[in-house]
Design a protein around this ligand. Structure first.
Ligand SMILES: [Zn+2]
Length: 366
């Protein structure tokens, strides 16, 4: 049995975002460019897997579309109707920077369905873990609005589906996208069945979300862990959060399934983030997640692609994630590994991690 499932569909690359506000001609002074969230980064992930033949190490699975009822577990009917109307009409904005193109509604159902396909494959032991190259991404999408290039919240829908279909009581989501996973946080803010941990650049997008002092509410207080890091944090800062915060908390929570919102935009070449992670850093994060899954839930882990906007570097970062999950090596070297240092570990990064620990000590032994 190949251990790692890989799920994608050609139509994921057909979701059209046009010449959006980001990367377009600023104020009319420079030539318009394609929108930052365009198909290229994700298509090139697939290209690299093919070109390197690493795809042969993975078990490819076709995604099914999510049903309307399944996405209604996490989204308001009126919002979904609006999304469908915009999509049928050829496009529009379904919220805040939530670009809809022709057929985006159907593609979003297939993107969410790819997440559900991955959950089924892992829960039924067809594979040990799985990666879905979801597009459109999902983690910013709220119950009643799209946001930040996200239309349907793939990871939240996957967690709710896993709970419903398999009766799971403890699901753990790690969101390493450089932006805060606000939509996922909202979905589980008062819910202790889902432990949500987001590690992100401080106050970047959305503004005023993801502050470390927000820890959930009502019955879910203590089950939201926000880790804000200052711009310029690289591999060492990220891995220290695993040592000092993420691993101790997950060991105490003992999840039955691990989901990852895998945004490769903390990379050092990302145009929308200001972090300094290398492809090797992504390997280390994924490898540590795999160990946590092996220790607590028979290796059951599903990673869903979120952001990542460097057309050159996202493919290499994602390849490393897949290498770590599968335990196989591609033999492809990081072509950007020379001449760029991931940056020093500054005191302000250590202080940011220390502040998170002080807050989380209320709930966990750290
Ligand atoms: Zn992002």
């Amino acid at each position: 049995m190949k251990k790692t499932g890989f799920i994608w569909d050609e139509s994921y690359f057909w979701h059209q975002t046009g010449q959006g506000a980001l990367n377009s001609g600023s104020g009319g002074w420079i030539q318009a460019d394609t929108h930052a969230e365009n198909p290229e980064t994700k298509r090139r992930v697939k290209n690299l897997l093919d070109r390197s033949r690493f795809i042969k190490e993975l078990h490819q699975i076709e995604p099914r579309a999510a049903t309307r009822k399944e996405v209604e577990m996490n989204h308001d009917q009126t919002y979904l109707n609006c999304l469908k109307e915009l999509s049928d009409a050829g496009g529009g904005d379904a919220g805040e920077h939530a670009i809809v193109g022709p057929d985006s509604y159907e593609i979003a159902l297939l993107s969410a369905g790819g997440a559900l396909t991955a959950v089924d494959a892992v829960m039924k032991n067809e594979v040990q873990n799985a990666y879905t190259l979801t597009r459109p991404p999902g983690h910013h999408a709220e119950y009643e609005t799209g946001m930040g290039f996200c239309l349907m919240n793939n990871v939240a829908i996957a967690a709710k589906y896993a709970r419903e279909a398999y009766g799971l009581k403890r699901i753990r989501i790690l969101d390493w996208d450089v932006h805060h996973g606000n939509g996922t946080e909202s979905a589980f803010r008062s819910d202790k069945d889902v432990l949500f941990i987001s590690i992100h650049q401080e106050n970047i997008f959305p503004k005023n979300r993801g502050g470390i002092s927000y820890t959930g509410e009502a019955g879910g207080e203590g089950y939201t862990v926000n880790i804000e890091l200052p711009a310029g944090t690289g591999n060492e800062g990220y891995l220290q959060t695993f040592d000092k915060v993420i691993e101790p908390i997950v060991n105490q929570y003992q999840p039955e399934l691990i989901l990852i919102s895998a945004g490769q935009d903390p990379s050092r070449f990302d145009p929308l983030g200001r972090m300094l992670m290398t492809a090797g850093g992504f390997y280390d994060m994924a490898a540590r997640m795999k160990v946590l899954a092996e220790n607590h839930c028979n290796g059951r882990l599903v990673a869903l692609h979120e952001g990542g906007y460097s057309t050159a570097y996202v493919p290499f970062c994602t390849l490393r994630v897949l290498e770590a999950l599968s335990g196989k090596q591609s033999g492809v070297e990081d072509p950007f590994d020379q001449g760029y240092h991931e940056g020093p570990f500054y005191q302000n990064q250590a202080e940011a991690i220390h502040k998170v620990i002080e807050i989380q000590k209320q709930y966990w032994e750290l």
